[in-house]
Design a protein around this ligand. Structure first.
Ligand code: NRN
Length: 425
């Protein structure tokens, strides 16, 4: 469908029915977000507000988008990575009247064209994953910032960028750090990234993980999840780090710890999860075994230095979906997955619905919080704002309920004891 004939641009509208079935699948596994949709579709507190969103177009994101719409918001959406959009999902959203500009395999130019289309609605709120939307407003359309009451940011890389902007006094409006919510960071980043990254590797290679030397660069929440799940499948996990405390945690979690220079010689599969550039570079490729598999699960594709891999190679070919075989000048082969972009979303479907349920409940509650501040005339400083503890505990409480778990409750005496600083041994 052509963009001019409707307020959307997707790969193929005829994929909508396939996408709708996947969205229904996700809805049935996102009970917390669906409960919020049930509650707020009646009162429609987001009515009159316009949200521009830039977040991976997956079946789980579709549930968030349609919840924001059900709560009254006008929504306009783009993907936040050129390779992560699932075309059938984009088609289903477009068919449902959502303004969406997203398709798999965008050029960088098309990627930013799509972000700019979402700004045509002159949003009052932004919803980001990786801060490319916020950055585009600040860099290219600063005049639009005066209409924006606030934004939310999904991921670690984006929050880091926004904190740096705030510290430099460059942030033009307040942004809630959804990533830093306990019910996002400790679940999505660990259990989600762990499972979905392995999912991406297996879909692109179908290799046996058991017995393989599996090198994880970065032992933050994402790297920890990848290490844990690779070990669960019998891999021999090696962790590389630059932060002593993180490396120490990896060692005490039972993983080998060494430099990437050492790991490059023995690794069979490499995954980067650092948020930093040039983690795997030329001198590492030179040491790798024939047949080594290399991928990234960080937000940007800068962690593996692909130009240096290209320079070392005499040829490359796509051997499977999301799997390129580089033949080095000495004949060794190195397999790069998903062109070095986040393998969990580019070669699979991202995190499972059950864990995105809490991440996106935080997104929804944070957008609602910004709107409530606006309705009460409360002006927030242009800084990065944390999720309140009570929101975290409420989302976790509801999630537990949906899993039929019950937990204990502190008695009055226990509450008193906790507050009684004089109680000694
Ligand atoms: N299935 C998904 N849908 C998904 N899996 C991971 N993410 C997803 N977004 C939509 C994001 C996580 O929340 C990618 C971000 O980088 C991470 O914070």
């Amino acid at each position: 469908m052509d963009y001019k004939s409707g307020k959307y641009k997707v790969k193929d509208l005829s994929l909508a029915s396939e996408g709708r079935k996947k969205i229904e699948w996700a809805e049935s596994r996102m009970p917390v977000l669906m409960a919020l949709r049930e509650k707020y579709s009646k009162t429609k507190p987001l009515k009159g507000y316009k949200i521009a969103g830039c977040l991976h177009v997956t079946k789980e994101t579709a549930v968030l988008v349609e919840t924001l719409k059900a709560a009254g918001a006008q929504v306009s959406w783009s993907g936040c990575n050129p390779l992560s959009t699932q075309d059938e999902i984009a088609a289903a959203l477009a068919k449902n009247g959502i303004e969406i500009y997203a398709w798999h395999g965008q050029s960088v130019k098309e990627f930013y064209w799509s972000i700019e289309r979402t700004l045509d609605i002159k949003p009052n709120l932004t919803l980001d994953d990786g801060a490319d939307l916020i950055f585009t407003i600040h860099n290219k359309f600063p005049h639009l910032a005066k209409n924006v009451i606030g934004g939310t940011e999904e991921t670690t890389t984006g929050v880091h960028r926004l904190r740096a902007m705030a510290e430099a006094g460059k942030l033009l409006y307040p942004v809630i750090a959804v990533n830093d919510a306990e019910t996002k960071w400790d679940f999505d980043n660990v259990y989600g990234t762990g499972q979905s990254s392995i999912d991406g590797i297996l879909r692109a290679t179908s290799v046996l993980l058991a017995g393989k030397n599996f090198v994880v660069a970065g032992y933050g929440h994402c790297g920890k999840g990848c290490a844990m799940r690779a070990a669960g499948l019998g891999a021999n996990v090696i962790v590389t780090e630059v932060k002593p405390t993180a490396a120490l945690k990896a060692a005490l979690d039972g993983f080998r710890v060494m430099t990437m220079d050492e790991a490059a010689k023995i690794g069979d599969i490499f995954i980067t999860a650092t948020g930093v550039k040039d983690v795997i570079v030329e001198r590492h490729f030179k040491k790798m075994k024939d047949g080594a598999i290399v991928c990234n699960t960080g937000h940007y594709d800068c962690e593996i230095n692909i130009p240096q891999l290209e320079k070392l190679s005499k040829g490359k070919r796509t051997v499977r979906a999301n799997n390129e075989e580089y033949t080095l000048k000495d004949g060794r082969k190195i397999y790069l997955l998903a062109k070095g972009r986040l393998v969990n979303l580019a070669a699979a479907e991202g995190h499972p619905s059950e864990v995105m349920d809490m991440s996106f409940a935080n997104q929804f509650m944070s957008q609602l919080r910004l709107i409530n501040y606006d309705k009460h005339g409360i002006l927030l400083n242009p800084e990065v704002i944390e999720i309140p503890e009570e929101q975290d505990q409420e989302i976790a409480r509801i999630k537990l309920q949906t899993m039929s778990y019950t937990i204990d409750k502190l008695t009055k005496e226990q509450l008193a004891y906790i507050k009684d600083y004089s109680a000694g041994t």
